[in-house]
Design a protein around this ligand. Structure first.
Ligand code: C5P
Length: 218
């Protein structure tokens, strides 16, 4: 396909979601929040009390997700789950089931289907390495674990949810560890990706940098 794709991968709370959103808005491109697909599968599994070791059952769940995106809202079987999928428990479960090859395979075609004119911004862990290896621009966003925990802390407090900095740091490290060390599609910069460390950058500055790279890339 010639339809342009920009991939933005990186660890949890690196700001890639916000940056992907802003870049897509600026360019009028579609947006794929691939993490949301793993979170939706996790939410469904938690609700149905699916055994989290049953790879086959989880893959089936992933394959038959009834999802619907409406602007920034995400629906699972007609229910608005935009906030529900952001819960820490759902994120942690997502990262566990994302290590299962059959689950990743089940979500593969769905992810490709987001590539529509005039273009796509895809954010996740393996957008540039596995799903869209021929993307016209690949970016790997990083930030120190402290900067990321700080952002997550402010997000939660802003939403009126209490949080402990120490727990957040521990969770982030555990999630990084799982995402980077799994056998399949581990979190790592894709071949040819531009690295962007956002520890001391806000989302607008990071967005500007990605747009500059995009202007130079095509
Ligand atoms: O990005 P987000 O935190 O929403 O992703 C939730 C989890 O889904 C991640 O911790 C990661 O394990 C998994 N994921 C993945 N591949 C992607 C996107 C997310 O394995 N492309």
């Amino acid at each position: 396909s010639n339809i342009p794709v920009i991939t933005i991968d990186g660890p949890t709370a690196s700001g890639k979601g916000t940056v992907a959103h802003k870049v897509a808005d600026k360019l009028g491109f579609h947006l794929l929040d691939s993490g949301a697909l793993y979170r939706l599968t996790a939410l469904q599994a938690l609700r149905r009390e699916t055994n989290l070791n049953d790879e086959h059952a989880l893959a089936k769940l992933a394959e038959h997700l009834n999802i619907h995106f409406a602007g920034d809202a995400i629906y699972l079987s007609q229910e608005n789950v935009t906030d529900a999928i952001r819960a820490e428990e759902v994120g942690n479960t997502a990262s566990k089931i994302a290590a299962l090859p059959a689950v990743r395979q089940a979500l593969y075609g769905l992810q490709l289907s987001f590539r529509k004119t005039p273009g796509l911004v895809a954010d996740g862990r393996d957008m540039g390495s596995v799903i869209f290896p021929h993307a016209q621009l690949k970016v790997f966003l990083t930030a120190s674990v402290e900067a990321r925990a700080d952002r997550r802390y402010k997000q939660l407090i802003g939403k009126g949810i209490s949080a402990s900095m120490q727990d957040l740091l521990m969770d982030l490290k555990a999630r990084d560890d799982r995402d980077m060390n799994r056998a399949i599609a581990p979190l790592a910069p894709a071949e040819g990706a531009y690295l962007l460390d956002t520890s001391a950058m806000n989302a607008d500055e990071a967005t500007e940098q990605v747009l500059k790279w995009w202007a130079a890339a095509h």
